[in-house]
Design a protein. Structure first.
Length: 189
């Protein structure tokens, strides 16, 4: 396993080695190119690229790995490269959430980009690229979720029809369905 200078210092200090000795060890390791934070950063950036990380996640991970802030500040992040990377991820995320209604799919994709550390202006651009779910599929997803939550509402509020209806509407709205479509399916039921 490869460590940053800071992590090696941390490990040496935890073994109660004196500062002057730690400095000597670090100096020796650097002279023999056994630690090199610049090379470490390059390796990590390649790994982060493979994992689809955005700027914030890269910075967070480098901080966790003990890379000094001055070195992190030297990394050049390009918006166009970040957007290109985010666009390349979109088809796999859309496929992952294909069985979600449009609003719920958008919410999950948005949250995935946040977890991956993308900047908000890049996420905003990506959100506009998400393909609208066809109406017939959207309605069939609503029917499926309606049936699922109708049963749950009856189990939860067995004697109170008003509470059942309120619970059902609330759940379906939270999933991103349109109120008019929910009411229509309830009237048809």
């Amino acid at each position: 396993s490869v460590y940053s200078e800071w992590k090696i210092r941390e490990k040496l200090y935890s073994k109660e080695i004196e500062k002057k000795d730690v400095d000597e060890i670090i100096k020796f390791l650097k002279q023999h190119d056994l630690i090199n934070d610049d090379a470490y950063i390059l390796d990590f950036l390649y790994e982060a690229e493979e994992k689809g990380y955005g700027k914030h996640k890269i910075i967070q991970k480098l901080n966790e790995k003990g890379i000094f802030q001055e070195k992190i500040n030297k990394i050049k992040f390009s918006d166009s490269k970040g957007l290109k990377k985010a666009k390349a991820l979109l088809p796999s995320l859309e496929k992952k959430y294909v069985n979600y209604n449009f609003q719920n799919k958008k919410r999950h994709i948005h949250d995935a980009y946040i977890r991956l550390g993308y900047e908000s202006h890049i996420i905003e651009q990506i959100m506009s690229l998400i393909k609208q779910t066809p109406i017939d599929k959207e309605l069939s997803l609503l029917e499926k979720d309606y049936s699922k939550y109708k049963k749950k509402s009856k189990d939860k509020y067995c004697d109170n029809e008003y509470k059942q209806k309120e619970y059902l509407i609330s759940k379906l709205l939270n999933l991103g369905y349109k109120y008019k479509d929910i009411i229509r399916i309830m009237e048809d039921d």
